[in-house]
Design a protein around this ligand. Structure first.
Ligand SMILES: C[S@@+](CC[C@H](N)C(=O)[O-])C[C@H]1O[C@@H](n2cnc3c(N)ncnc32)[C@H](O)[C@@H]1O
Length: 255
């Protein structure tokens, strides 16, 4: 299974993604936008999917969404008809130079061709504008969460090791501007949590029989843990935000 086929896997589950995937906490979005706060903002949600991050941006300025997958884009347009939603990719953003104060990327930077995406984000951001990259991950400090990964034995990147500090590669057009974490507990049930896991790229691209074995193991584990055995519980997510600021001086072409 290649990275690009995983990157393109989400559309097949677009409606389930819209229904089950978590959004992002308001304090994470506040922190992301702090370098440009203070006026009406022009915001680009890049790789917007069904609009999980878009939703939290609507009160902060004029939002444009760019997403390559037509099925994901259709969900976003149905949910947020007032948002200017365009088909496009991080490597070819269909928007003019210097037209945004901030570009935000939720749960998608790892799918990009990093060099080409940096160049395109630098092009559409005004000098001094901010690039903020957000990820929701499982909080590995929590015992039952660690146990769920051990019990399920599936390959995923969404568990966050307690000592891990995400960063972006350096790029001449950007000054790194820090990293922050925000609690993002999501009320759920065993069925809800499994429905969410089913929208992850590893599940969408795993052989169905193998995938169901994994979900059977996860379900049995959650049924046996006192924290998750019955009713509603919090799925303890952590939102990581990494920020970089567009330098005032554009780097020379090819830099
Ligand atoms: C895990 S989803 C995240 C969607 C949304 N940002 C969110 O937070 O829920 C990853 C999204 O990245 C999109 N994607 C994959 N490769 C991309 C690329 N090269 N440029 C832009 N978007 C891409 C996928 O189509 C998918 O909608």
């Amino acid at each position: 299974m290649t990275t690009s086929s995983r990157a393109r896997s989400f559309g097949a589950a677009a409606a389930a993604y819209a229904e089950h995937r978590p959004g992002y906490p308001a304090d994470a979005v506040d922190w992301a936008l702090a370098p440009v706060a203070g006026g009406p903002l022009r915001l680009l949600d890049l790789a917007a999917g069904t609009g999980k991050l878009t939703e939290g941006l609507l009160t902060r300025g004029a939002v444009t969404a760019v997403e390559p997958d037509p099925a994901m884009l259709a969900q976003l347009r149905a949910r947020f008809p007032g948002v200017d939603a365009l088909e496009g990719s991080a490597e070819a953003i269909p928007l003019p130079d210097a037209s945004f104060d901030a570009v935000l990327v939720g749960q998608a930077w790892h799918w990009f061709d990093t060099d080409r995406a940096f160049a395109e984000v630098a092009r559409v951001l005004r000098p001094g504008g901010v690039l903020a990259v957000l990820w929701n991950g499982d909080d590995a400090h929590v015992d039952w969460v660690r146990g769920m990964y051990e019990a399920g034995r599936w390959k995923s990147t969404v568990i966050r090791r307690p000592d891990e500090e995400p960063s972006l590669p350096t790029h001449p057009a950007f000054t790194p501007d820090g990293f922050a974490q925000f609690a993002n507990p999501i009320p759920t049930t065993v069925d809800g949590l499994i429905a969410t896991l089913r929208t992850h790229s590893w599940a969408l691209t795993t052989d169905p029989a193998e995938r169901e074995v994994i979900f059977d193991r996860i379900r049995a584990y959650l049924a046996a843990r006192p924290e998750t055995a019955s009713g509603e519980f919090d799925h303890p997510l952590v939102t990581d935000v990494v920020r970089a600021v567009r330098r005032e001086e554009a780097p020379s072409p090819g830099a």
